[in-house]
Every structure is written in structure tokens, then in C-alpha cells.
Design a protein around this ligand. Sequence first.
Ligand code: ADE
Length: 277
Amino acid sequence: MKDSMKDSMKDSMKDSMKELRFNILTLFPSFFDNFFATSLVGRAVKQKIVTYRIIDIRNFGIGRHKKVDDYTFSGEVGMLLRHDVLTNAYHSLIRTEALERMYTIYLAPQGKPLDQGLAYDLASIAEKKSLTLVCGHYEGVDQRFIDNCVDKEVSIGDYVLSGGESAALVLMDAIIRLKKHVIGNPASLRGESFEKNLLKHHQYTRPFDKNIPSILTSGHHKAIFDWKQANKIAITYEKRPDLFKEYPISPLEFNALKEHVYQKFSYQQNKKRSHSK
Ligand code: ADE
């Protein structure tokens, strides 16, 4: 290996962080207690693969009542989180965190829709930077905070939540499980739903009965592999035509799908006939 290559590898290793670091700006700190204490994420926190800091925005509120929100100038009914309050909460992080090592995400319905591709992109950013998640409430946050401090706005779907906290949980879950050593067997990340725009194939476990496709217990690896692929394609075709359109289907796979659709159609026709007798 060339010395220059070794140096650049050393540099990138120096840059990458061992653990996943989250900062969360929220009005409801206790919302995250169970998430960080339970299951896969709880284990990753115990093993220090995931670390987190929760900043209570209320601590930066104004006056005796710690006011954090105010009316909009454009006259909407709801209130907005004030940008001075949020900015002070945000800057409290900079005491311990270099700004260039922070990547800030605001959870909001107008953000980039979260999908598996975005989860991978953010997981890769998180190898080098801490992720700071800003949870809005009320009608949202003052635009000046977004303009000055936010790197990316992310939405978890086309619906409006009462706050960004549940969206932050979803986003962190999707990212954490991609981190090395979080999932016991990393092979299980392969062939998951959304890989190559396909959904996952049907799966079965004990007890065995006649409804389990016999090929799955045949021990014939190539046949099982082909069945799984055909099953993924058929399921995606039926349940997510939007994803299916993006899948570059081969002529062989196309024929298998045609056969599947035909068989399903015949089965349904027969069922109808036997019911009408
Ligand atoms: N906050 C409110 N609604 C949201 C959504 N759909 N996604 C992310 N954050 C939100």
C-alpha cells in the first residue's frame, strides 16, 4: 500500500468516532428515558456504543415563567418556539462540542422524508459528527433558528405530529441499528426491506405445517435463494408498486412474477367459484 494511501486511511480513522453521539433539544426530556434504557438501544447505551445528552429547552426560557414560545408575526393561531431561546439552548452545547463536529437536524413535516437511504446517509455522517436533534413543539420554530443552526430538516412521514420527539425516536432507532456492533449479527442487515427497492420475503418458523412453502425445508440453497428473491419481488409488486417501479427486474424475474400473478388469480377465481356453489 502506498504511504499516501496509508496516511489518508489514518486520517479518516482519526476523524471517525467510536461511538454514536446524540444531542437532543427538547421540552420533554423524560420522553426519551425508556428509549435509551430498553432493548437494542439500551444495550448499545450500556456498552457506550451510543451516548446522548438531553438539553431541556425550558432551562433557557425567559423570565420567571421560563417562557419559550410566542405568537407569530403573521398572525397564526398557534405559538412558535422562540429563536433566542433555542439558540441559547443550542449554544450551550458548543461549550463541550466543536461546531464543525456537530450535524444538526430539525424534525419537521416539511423536512426530507426519512427512508432507509437517508438513514444510511445520516449513519455515515454520524461516523464523524455528533447528531443534534431539535424537537419542535406548538406550531414549529422561528425560521431564523433553522436558517442559522440547522443542517437538515427531516420528516418521518406526511402527517403532523404534536411534537418532534416521537420523530426523533424513529430517526435515532433507524440510525442506531446501522452502527457496527449494535446488531449482534450484521448479516441480518443484508436483504432487509428496502435493499434494492424490494420488501423482505415472507418468513416462517416452528411449528411446521403444510402452509409453509415446501422448498424452504428442502435444504436446497439455490432453490431457497431463488424462492426468496421471487417472493420479495411479488410482495413488492403487490404492496408497494411505487418501490417496484424502481426495481430493475430481469426477464427471468419478470416471467416468475407473471407466473405468480397468474397462479394467485387462478386461486382466487377457484375460491370464488367454490363459494358460489
Ligand atoms: N413534527 C411534527 N410532525 C412531524 C413529522 N411528520 N415528521 C417529523 N417531525 C414532525
